[in-house]
Design a protein. Structure first.
Length: 453
């Protein structure tokens, strides 16, 4: 093979041309700059609040969450031009400003995330039953061996945080990220979060579209169901929001339910998937009282009895597994269980925050600052998700296997980490891609699509 001659060009090159799309989205499809300016007054020569937030969100879109990463872009002219910023902060300025205005900045970024989804008319895909999934779940973030504020033992057995995140539609648009201490029970503060999330979902969806809220067994609480029913009362003109919540058996005995299922064979649907295993599906209606209100609730049940394990070993004592799901839907039991199984997709969205955005270990020692970092990641996540849905699933997308959505890492590789040359011609700027770059047509289309509407 030939030997390369290593030289350095005087041309202005960038390996992150996709930041042009990120800057376009932040400046044209959100009010981030205007809202950030209102947070507090600054000296004339100080780095503006909008430059602080835009720079850090752009870093997260590159998969960098540490504050030190900003140093590499302080002399990068393309970074300035792509984001439309006057100054790029130093690491110290970035850290100090986020610490000082963590609470106010969080409100600004949170609103910008909603504004972006609304203005770009983010496609929200429903399930097969025409209901849009709204998945809320807690996911531990491992921050062991640190002394950060709020780090404590999580239910997964690691030291860290236990934020609750909410995703809308099969695309997984992120509507809420609430940072919580690791030891906080998943149900604490959840009703208030659900109320906010349901309202936000309503603002992003047409009124005729129904919702399906899905929660894990840790959130098996009547007050969560009450939030959904109250929401429906406040929006009588809109399609109903439904719920599907995993039941927590607590002290229920599976043997008692087995006896009931065998006694009433007409109500239970028995099947034998394999030798030594039989499954019963049935529904029960239970009346529950809370705050003087009486609720009549349906619970779908699945009881599994195994006399032979999956390896063919006969068991001396039958093994019983009892599961249940509270729901306002009246589909058959098998359909309800399949609908809940799809809730597991949200685990992939969690992993994209932790790995693709490099956010499992937070960069600050202060709880409020880390809450802001997570909210900035929410906006970065939605920006990248939209680029992937609009740019990497069409006929002009680079060859890939068929999918409903692309991981954020794939979006970064295909649309953000693009090599280009910045060329000045008169008063205009050109972004010149290589002759073999497969994403030029996609980039041009998305850039125009993100123009002011």
């Amino acid at each position: 093979m030939r030997q390369f001659i290593i030289e350095q060009s005087a041309a202005e090159l960038t390996s992150q041309a996709g930041l042009g799309l990120i800057g376009r989205a932040l400046n044209h499809q959100t009010d981030l700059a205007t809202a950030a300016t209102r947070v507090s007054a600054l000296r004339p020569n100080a780095v503006q609040h909008r430059d602080i937030l835009s720079s850090y969100i752009a870093l997260q879109c590159l998969g960098k969450s540490d504050f030190e990463a900003i140093t590499a872009f302080r002399d990068d002219e393309f970074f300035y031009e792509a984001l439309g910023v006057r100054d790029v902060p130093s690491e110290a300025t970035l850290r100090q400003r986020l610490d000082e205005h963590a609470v106010a900045f969080r409100d600004v970024v949170d609103q910008a995330s909603e504004d972006f989804l609304r203005r770009v008319r983010a496609p929200i895909t429903a399930l097969a039953n025409d209901l849009v999934p709204l998945d809320c779940d807690v996911s531990p973030f491992d921050n062991a061996r640190t002394h950060k504020e709020g780090v404590s033992r999580t239910y997964k057995g690691c030291d860290g945080y236990a934020p609750m995140l909410a995703y809308l539609g099969q695309e997984g648009w992120c509507l809420e990220v609430e940072l919580r201490e690791g030891r906080q029970h998943c149900q604490k503060d959840t009703p208030a979060l659900l109320d906010r999330v349901l309202e936000r979902a309503r603002r992003l969806m047409p009124s005729h579209q129904g919702l399906l809220l899905r929660l894990d067994s840790g959130n098996d609480a009547l007050e969560n169901i009450a939030v959904v029913l109250t929401h429906n009362e406040h929006h009588p003109e809109a399609a109903k929001a439904h719920y599907l919540i995993k039941w927590n058996p607590r002290k229920e005995r599976a043997e008692d339910w087995l006896a009931d299922a065998e006694r009433d064979e007409a109500a239970a649907q028995w099947s034998t998937p394999r030798a030594g295993k039989r499954v019963a599906l049935f529904s029960v209606v239970e009346d529950r009282v809370d705050s003087e209100y009486e609720y009549s609730l349906r619970r779908v049940m699945r009881l599994t009895e195994r006399t032979i394990d999956k390896h063919g070993q006969a068991l001396l004592v039958p093994e019983l597994t009892l599961e249940g799901w509270w729901t306002s839907l009246w589909h058959d039991e098998a359909t309800i269980i399949r609908l809940y199984a799809d809730h597991g997709t949200s685990e992939q969205f969690h992993s994209e925050f932790k790995t693709d955005l490099d956010l499992e270990r937070f960069p600050s020692g202060k709880f409020a600052t880390n809450a802001l970092v997570l909210t900035c990641a929410q906006l970065a996540y939605n920006l990248l998700r939209w680029l992937g849905q609009q740019g990497l699933l069409g006929a002009d997308a680079p060859p890939r296997h068929k999918a409903k959505r692309r991981r954020l890492r794939t979006v970064m590789q295909e649309l953000v980490y693009l090599a280009a040359r910045l060329v000045r011609t008169g008063r205009r700027l050109k972004l010149v891609f290589g002759v073999h770059c497969p994403a030029v047509a996609i980039y041009r289309r998305l850039y125009r699509q993100l123009a002011v509407t």
